[in-house]
Write a protein of this length. Structure first.
Length: 458
């Protein structure tokens, strides 16, 4: 809780969180129309958040599920560690997961990653219990969270589940193999179906390169020391569990298949995001926690053993501390629409026009500009949730070319991908809009607030 909850409401929403808010607050029919053409891969998450946001739409309420899920994931990972190797392994696994950069970063965001991690941990805990003593209740206790993990984010949840189920089928313990496969059928069907639809909607951004693969280490370690120590503890955990081959293979499959599947998916679909490998993080934490317990278990007496475990956890925490401090002390995450909107509000004049560039710029700036200044949105014909796009309905390309009587001063507001404006679904339209908006005007200012950009032309 110390890592997930403090000041989780402090930063402005960045673009992906605005996607969550803008999508989930639409009426059901409008949300479905949008998901048919964009972001169908997160349909389950948006449906969940749609219900959640009926109570409140504040930033704190929007982010609360992720923060609570991050805490829950650590508790469930600790429970797995206790089951496998005792209290020291459990406490160590829970603490190690809570300190991993992928958890620290996403625990304060309105995105599905912490919820998927909690669902995966619940599924594995239930599956281990089901393997020991099969029964209908225990079957539901692992199959239900597995279904939730696949539905919330199939690219993150499904590879981990496939690794888990493949191992559990081969080493099913007391459970019939058919019942294990039956529990995986629902998650597989939903996950693959949603991924198939979502993959058709993706705009390729490039597959992984060597630097991307190297950056995967940041999932579990903020520093080289933290990564090396975690890897060493994982090896010790594998050795400690070598006699329980079924459980060991489940954990190894859970840990290894997500990065392998991510790399293959990136190469095949041309869409690669290192955070998609987050599903492996709980397995790393469990193995590392077991490894730490095994190492301190070499000490004979309980009191020194507990002291050694505490010292090792403090040392690992110190190695992860730079990431935790940097993430929690930052005033924004990537985009800073709050500062950008404040800059516009301080300089805007009555009658100024505004052009939004990119698919999320209008709802993003709309959250922070407030009622003043009243800028003239020169492209908008129908405000959200009208239309399929989150940005509402804009004039057609033909009307863009024939726009007349534009204000003397035009603000261009949007987000950046690298050094360039984030293009919309049709990059050619983005170029046309920028050309028409700037025309024979001169640039007065060009400011960047993180990956948020504000230009004034006159």
């Amino acid at each position: 809780m110390a890592g997930a909850l403090p000041a989780f409401n402090g930063k402005p929403l960045w673009r992906d969180e605005v996607y969550t808010l803008a999508t989930a607050t639409r009426p059901w029919e409008a949300m479905v129309r949008h998901l048919v053409v964009d972001d169908a891969g997160l349909a389950g998450y948006y449906a969940l958040m749609h219900v959640w946001l009926l109570a409140d739409q504040s930033t704190a309420w929007l982010r609360l599920p992720g923060a609570v899920a991050a805490v829950l994931a650590s508790v469930l990972v600790a429970a797995i560690g206790v089951r496998l190797h005792g209290a020291t392994a459990g406490v160590s696994a829970g603490v190690l997961l809570a300190l991993m950069p992928v958890v620290v970063e996403h625990a304060q965001e309105a995105r599905p990653y912490p919820l998927v991690l909690a669902a995966l941990a619940a599924a594995v805990l239930g599956l281990l219990r089901f393997r020991d003593v099969p029964g209908p209740g225990r079957w539901v206790a692992w199959a239900a969270p597995a279904l939730v993990a696949a539905a919330l984010h199939p690219v993150v949840g499904l590879p981990a589940l496939l690794g888990i189920v493949a191992a559990a089928t081969a080493w099913s313990g007391s459970a019939p193999r058919a019942t294990v496969l039956a529990g995986a059928a629902g998650p597989a069907l939903i996950g693959f179906a949603v991924m198939a639809i979502g993959s058709q909607q993706l705009r390729p951004v490039g597959g992984p390169i060597l630097a991307d693969v190297v950056r995967l280490r940041h999932i579990v370690g903020a520093t080289a020391l933290a990564v090396c120590a975690t890897v060493l503890l994982v090896v010790c955990g594998v050795v400690a569990l070598r006699r329980d081959r079924g459980t060991l293979v489940i954990l190894v499959g859970w840990m290894t298949l997500p990065p392998v599947a991510l790399l293959l998916y990136g190469v095949g679909a041309g869409h690669y995001q290192p955070r998609y490998v987050a599903g492996a993080a709980p397995a790393v934490a469990v193995l590392a926690g077991v490894g730490l317990a095994a190492v301190v278990g070499l000490i004979g007496r309980p009191a020194p053993r507990r002291g050694a475990a505490g010292i090792l956890l403090l040392a690992l925490g110190a190695a992860q501390l730079p990431s935790l401090i940097e993430t929690r002390s930052a005033t924004f995450s990537g985009d800073d629409p709050r500062a950008a909107a404040a800059s516009v509000a301080a300089q805007a004049l009555p009658g100024d026009g505004v052009v939004y560039v990119g698919p999320i710029a209008r709802p993003m700036f709309g959250l922070y500009l407030g009622p003043a200044p009243r800028l003239r949105d020169v492209l908008l014909t129908q405000a959200p949730p009208a239309g399929v796009d989150l940005a509402g309905v804009e004039v057609s390309d033909g009307h863009v070319e024939r726009l007349v009587d534009l204000p003397a001063r035009i603000w261009i507001l949007g987000t950046l991908d690298g050094a360039e404006w984030t293009p919309g679904p049709a990059p050619a339209r983005t170029s046309l809009v920028l050309e028409k908006a700037t025309g024979d005007r001169a640039m007065v200012s060009d400011d960047e607030f993180g990956r948020t950009r504000v230009q004034l032309w006159q």
